[in-house]
Design a protein around this ligand. Structure first.
Ligand SMILES: *[C@@H]1O[C@H](CO)[C@@H](O)[C@H](O)[C@H]1NC(C)=O
Ligand SMILES: *[C@@H]1O[C@H](CO)[C@@H](O)[C@H](O)[C@H]1NC(C)=O
Ligand SMILES: *[C@@H]1O[C@H](CO)[C@@H](O)[C@H](O)[C@H]1NC(C)=O
Ligand SMILES: *[C@@H]1O[C@H](CO)[C@@H](O)[C@H](O)[C@H]1NC(C)=O
Ligand SMILES: *[C@@H]1O[C@H](CO)[C@@H](O)[C@H](O)[C@H]1NC(C)=O
Ligand SMILES: *[C@@H]1O[C@H](CO)[C@@H](O)[C@H](O)[C@H]1NC(C)=O
Ligand SMILES: *[C@@H]1O[C@H](CO)[C@@H](O)[C@H](O)[C@H]1NC(C)=O
Ligand SMILES: *[C@@H]1O[C@H](CO)[C@@H](O)[C@H](O)[C@H]1NC(C)=O
Ligand SMILES: *[C@@H]1O[C@H](CO)[C@@H](O)[C@H](O)[C@H]1NC(C)=O
Ligand SMILES: *[C@@H]1O[C@H](CO)[C@@H](O)[C@H](O)[C@H]1NC(C)=O
Length: 368
């Protein structure tokens, strides 16, 4: 693995950025997901760095097929909208990695209609500007076909609602797998490309979690490139474009957290080094601001790896792979070179309190 120094890596990042095609638009999506966290109120988000703030999450009730709003969510939703209303568009995200029952609800046009109706009602009741589906993940080709129908029916309902309320139509977005097809699964399936192009404003491509505590070696959790397998940000985005999704409908995801491991041998500490299991943090994941604390407190060695365009740090037997302002600059440049619609982050509260990564990403998106 080529370990470049900082100056060399900056040059690579600049070359990538300079290769943008010049179709950059001022209306790039710069999204961020916020989840209910006592230590990080929504009002702390610096809205000048983003174009859309996502509320994560509500989920449907598996019996009624309608969005379930608990009394505590009711308060959180109200505070969220109060923080952002009139300042920045807000999108209600439905699902998340813990949500179940989508497969059942979406399998039938009647239950789909109940679900869709409920999402629009709740979004309008609180004053959201859009709705987002984060289904992790459709499991088979029936699921992906039903997802195509869902998007189509959702679009029709949103158009009807806009006509009825004389308000701008709600935005419709969805968080999706890093690649257009689930090629690593025993049950191959492909997202409904035509329906996405026709009905969805954009998809948030989850271009991360490629490598984590489930692996037996270290790796770039969201490497822009991957010299050994086609599991990378670029491979995934190219699969979406290759399948016919319009590039402007694609929004590239970036993690504001790293993945951590415990090395088997502290002296073997590159990418692909054998590990014993997850390192510090929460189940082997660590917010970016905590990675910086770790690096400082442990006097960790920080290494840029240009083969993956990622950064890692290690100290003793602990190893962390993550993104920082420099790797994010390269990613944003690449997203523009592909004429994508923008980028998003998971999640608010994980950046430094002065928004180092988010600020750099916003600056790196060049408006021509
Ligand atoms: C928010 O970000 C903008 C743009 O980088 C910056 O000028 C401003 O100082 C930031 N505000 C806060 C409160 O951090
Ligand atoms: C879902 O709806 C059913 C029927 O109204 C209700 O009995 C159940 O408590 C609800 N579940 C949740 C988690 O709210
Ligand atoms: C939710 O709040 C309403 C009043 O707004 C109350 O009647 C109801 O019992 C509360 N539900 C729960 C589960 O606390
Ligand atoms: C949310 O809270 C408000 C104010 O307490 C109340 O009027 C409203 O009925 C609640 N909505 C839901 C869905 O519980
Ligand atoms: C999912 O559920 C687990 C266990 O209840 C919880 O710790 C985690 O925060 C949840 N994740 C999300 C994204 O809601
Ligand atoms: C769809 O669900 C409705 C209500 O649960 C049921 O009456 C209907 O038979 C279902 N349709 C199909 C095609 O399964
Ligand atoms: C569901 O599909 C059936 C058969 O195509 C149709 O008769 C029915 O009107 C549809 N229901 C809804 C709610 O769209
Ligand atoms: C949802 O369904 C109800 C009952 O049919 C209807 O009154 C309402 O207008 C619908 N809402 C939306 C947003 O479609
Ligand atoms: C990776 O390569 C496999 C085998 O050629 C292919 O089926 C899959 O679609 C590719 N995936 C990506 C994201 O490039
Ligand atoms: C991890 O597991 C794979 C497949 O079992 C094996 O080929 C590889 O050598 C292992 N890597 C390490 C670093 O132990």
């Amino acid at each position: 693995m080529a370990n470049l120094n900082l100056v060399q890596l900056v040059s690579v990042a600049l070359v990538l950025t300079a290769s943008t095609s010049g179709t950059a638009s001022a209306t790039a999506v710069k999204g961020i997901y916020w989840m209910d966290q006592p230590l990080f109120p929504a009002s702390t988000i610096n809205t000048s760095l983003f174009t859309h703030v996502y509320y994560a999450f509500l989920a449907p009730n598996a019996t009624t097929f309608k969005l379930y709003v608990s009394n505590s969510s009711n308060i959180t939703l109200t505070n969220f909208i109060t923080a952002f209303r009139t300042r920045i568009p807000t999108i209600l995200s439905i699902g998340g990695s813990n949500a179940t029952s989508f497969s059942l609800i979406f399998s039938n046009n009647t239950t789909r209609a109940t679900f869709i109706n409920s999402t629009i009602s709740v979004a309008r009741a609180y004053g959201f500007d859009g709705v987002d589906l984060d289904w992790e993940f459709p499991q088979n080709s029936d699921d992906t076909n039903n997802l195509g129908s869902l998007f189509q029916e959702w679009r029709i309902a949103i158009t009807a609602d806009a006509a009825l309320t004389r308000k701008p139509p709600l935005l419709l977005t969805a968080a999706v797998y890093f690649a257009v097809d689930f090629f690593l699964s025993d049950n191959p399936r492909t997202y409904p490309v035509t329906s996405i192009n026709q009905n969805v404003d954009w998809v948030n491509v989850m271009s991360y979690n490629f490598h984590g505590s489930w692996n037996n070696d270290t790796g770039a959790p969201s490497g822009l490139f991957n010299p050994t397998r086609n599991i990378s940000v670029v491979d995934g985005l190219k699969s979406w474009i290759g399948a016919g999704v319009k590039p402007e409908k694609l929004v590239m995801g970036m993690p504001l957290y790293g993945m951590t491991w415990q090395l088997e041998d502290p002296k073997v500490n590159g990418i692909g080094a054998a590990v014993m299991g997850p390192g510090p943090g929460s189940n082997g994941a660590m917010a970016y601001f905590k990675v910086l604390e770790f690096n400082m407190q442990k006097n960790a060695k920080v290494v840029y790896d240009v083969d993956t365009m990622s950064v890692y740090s290690y100290s003793g037997s602990y190893w962390i792979g993550y993104d920082d302002p420099l790797t994010v600059t390269a990613k944003v440049g690449y997203a523009q070179a592909l004429s994508l619609g923008g980028y998003f982050f998971w999640a608010a509260g994980y950046d430094t309190n002065n928004w180092k990564i988010s600020t750099q990403a916003s600056k790196a998106w060049i408006v021509s």
